[in-house]
Design a protein around this ligand. Sequence first.
Ligand SMILES: C[S@@+](CC[C@H](N)C(=O)[O-])C[C@H]1O[C@@H](n2cnc3c(N)ncnc32)[C@H](O)[C@@H]1O
Length: 334
Amino acid sequence: MRSCWRSAVATRSSSISRPRPIGDARWRRAELGAQPDLTAYRLFHGDAEGAPGLAIDRYAEVVVVHADSAAVLERWLPEIREDLRDFASAYVKVHPRRASRLTGQDMQQAAPAAPLWGLGVHDVEAIEGGVRYLVRPDAGLSVGLFLDMRDVRAWLRGNARGLSVLNLFAYTCSFGVSASLGGARRVLNLDLSRAYLEWGKHNYRLNRLTLDERDFVYGDAFDWLGRFARRGERFDLVIVDPPSFSSSPFSVTRDYPRLAEAAARVVAPTGILLAATNHAGTSDERFEAWLQNGLTRAGRHGQLAQRWHEPSADFPLAPGRTHPYLKVRALVLD
Ligand SMILES: C[S@@+](CC[C@H](N)C(=O)[O-])C[C@H]1O[C@@H](n2cnc3c(N)ncnc32)[C@H](O)[C@@H]1O
């Protein structure tokens, strides 16, 4: 990236005559941008910062622009080009209502493989808390690292020492990498996509972690939870971070209590269940009720150890919203 922060300051000083939501947001991120071990964070959270339906993520020298519709993207394109022109490349993603149903040509249209500007970038290395992650800006709607989970990854680095960890819905294994770097005894990453698990192995290698192929397991989370329970296999920490909807088929609103139950059954005594959802339509209370319901059905009792929402520094709360969209709980089970 070419002199990113100087340019943000310049944008700020020329913003007196008309509002510049994106330029101003960059100014507010100056502290995050100055951290030497952080090159990946949300640069603009439009719902809260003056452009509903638009969000922009920074991964080192690349920006990824997410829009709720083509009209939103169109509306903000001039500002995006002007206020982010010092980034080497930009990619756009136009999110449909049900992303899990997108295939082929529709996906190409929603997430073009070619950049909006700059050279094509297949791989970029992003750094968060000194940890390296492989990000693929041209990979589809999700590029490999969910930035709103930064605090959870930091907690895993600080709290996983000596634990056996089951990382369900592992995606590119960012939680697995964090727990391993935190000294976990073993981390089993499980996902329904072989391609994501391969990507996860890249992330292990990037961080010079020893890699055991047996710890990257392909399959359905429910199937495997049943298998672990039957075999009497237990883990000190079980992570569940499912998609809101998936063609597997999974739906948070229908299936979370059942998932919490199955996960709780394989948590070792005094172990931790770390459960998450980014489903914006679900309140904290409802999420906690799902967890409680699952624990009761599994015959377990849980004590809240930690809770997280999206980090407020780069994911500010939109005006009028009563609760953050990301809900994460760490529960110690008896
Ligand atoms: C929201 S992402 C998880 C993000 C991840 N925890 C992280 O923070 O990087 C959801 C993942 O769940 C996987 N998935 C969807 N349905 C699944 C299922 N039934 N069993 C296992 N994995 C599934 C998808 O392939 C995807 O990688």
